[in-house]
Design a protein around this ligand. Structure first.
Ligand SMILES: C[S@@+](CC[C@H](N)C(=O)[O-])C[C@H]1O[C@@H](n2cnc3c(N)ncnc32)[C@H](O)[C@@H]1O
Length: 371
């Protein structure tokens, strides 16, 4: 298998974590596969529909980061360990003045690294990213200077393209990092889907991701009606289906509720996300989020939302991740998450994992005798 869709983006890659899913199905705890670490809590762009609920002038201190990476590299819960670190949230991760050193440190500790960025500082970090990241996704959202400015309220489109080009050049045709462009498109930009693909081709990236943005789940005012959102998704799907060129074109598979059938992964079609059907989310220990201030959350959708944290890291006072992971506060919040009390914020990032856990939980294994 050689293509991105058969390898890096293959949803069946979860099979590599079948033991962890089985442990969760058996009610045991695990270490997260992936830890999202927010280097900063601020951004130099101002997207109206941003998924990050708060921006504040906070950055992770080098001391906290060092303690955290050291701890993560030995973090073990029932024999399960952390494998990947993602820098994507809280704001714009590449704005941290030590972003390059943070990347190098995580790589030296043996973690696979993913980065999601608005691209504004790519020129500064292209070398270190090419050397250490497994993937870099650049959130462009508008494929022209005008459309980019409308969404990001910044005018650094040319610098972002130059930085992306530099990154692509730096990796010298190796497969890593996989570089992609993502486009959250609404009714005003939907007709630029083909332009987005052309931009991806021009920059030589591996893939582009087209998707309508979320609104209600991330606490933002919609920029389009539900009917328009449906139109956007189907237009994006048409554009992707027509395309026969060299790069991978994906349509976002996050699931929102307002648009009951349209804003869905085409493969899940009209069925409701599993968390709605079962009223259960058992997969969340697969992921942990740590904000720039060191506050720990159990899901990317709950990042920085009051009342959902597992507590705050304080290494000087002996409050490390292990203490929070075992702590009473996490136990209580996890129970609420298990009962999907957080469903109003959910973009269903763990649906597939939850579905597998539900299957593994079914001791009767109905019809498993037939292939
Ligand atoms: C919030 S940003 C944070 C990282 C970085 N500042 C960036 O721009 O990529 C993470 C990703 O979420 C996407 N995003 C932001 N708001 C969104 C929304 N309402 N719906 C869907 N995706 C959204 C962005 O396009 C970006 O790809």
């Amino acid at each position: 298998m050689t293509g991105l869709s058969e390898r890096e983006f293959n949803p069946l890659k979860v099979l590599h974590h079948i033991d962890r899913l089985r442990a969760l199905a058996d009610g045991e705890d695990v270490a997260p596969v992936t830890v999202e670490i927010d280097p900063v809590a601020y951004c130099n762009h101002a997207c109206g529909w941003c998924v990050d609920p708060v921006h504040e002038p906070v950055q992770m201190t080098p001391e906290m980061y060092e303690c955290l990476i050291s701890e993560l590299s030995g973090f073990d819960v029932n024999g399960f360990r952390v494998e990947g670190v993602v820098f994507k949230g809280g704001g714009e991760p590449t704005l941290h003045p030590q972003f390059g050193a943070m990347l190098e440190r995580a790589a030296a500790a043996g973690f696979a690294i993913g980065v999601v960025t608005n691209g504004s500082r790519l020129m500064d970090w292209a070398d270190v990213l090419a050397a250490h990241a497994a993937y870099v996704r650049v959130s462009i959202d508008g494929p022209t200077a005008e459309s980019h400015e409308r969404v990001h309220r910044s005018n650094d489109f040319a610098a972002i393209l130059a930085g992306t080009q530099q990154l692509v050049e730096n990796r010298r045709r190796t497969r890593s990092p996989v570089v992609g462009l993502s486009f959250a498109m609404d009714i005003q930009t939907v007709e630029l889907g083909e332009e987005a693909i052309r931009l991806g081709e021009r920059l030589g990236v591996d893939y582009i991701l087209l998707r309508p943005p979320f609104f209600e789940e991330v606490g933002r005012v919609p920029t389009m009606t539900v009917a328009e959102a449906r139109h956007v998704r189907s237009r994006l799907q048409e554009v992707a289906a027509r395309y026969e060129g060299p790069i991978e074109v994906q349509i976002g598979n996050w699931v929102g509720d307002a648009e009951s059938s349209g804003r869905r992964d085409a493969r899940v079609a009209r069925s409701l996300p599993i968390e709605h059907r079962t009223g259960r989310c058992l997969a969340s220990p697969l992921l942990a989020v740590i904000t720039a201030a060191g506050v720990v959350y159990g899901c990317c959708n709950l990042r920085a939302l009051g009342g959902w944290s597992f507590g705050r890291l304080n290494y000087a006072a002996g409050q490390n991740l292990a203490a929070l992971w075992r702590g009473e506060q996490r136990r209580e919040i996890l129970e609420r998450m298990h009962r999907t009390e957080c469903i109003a914020h959910c973009t269903h990032p763990l649906s597939r994992y939850n579905e597998m856990i539900e299957v593994l939980k079914d001791r009767e294994r109905p019809h498993s005798q037939f292939v």
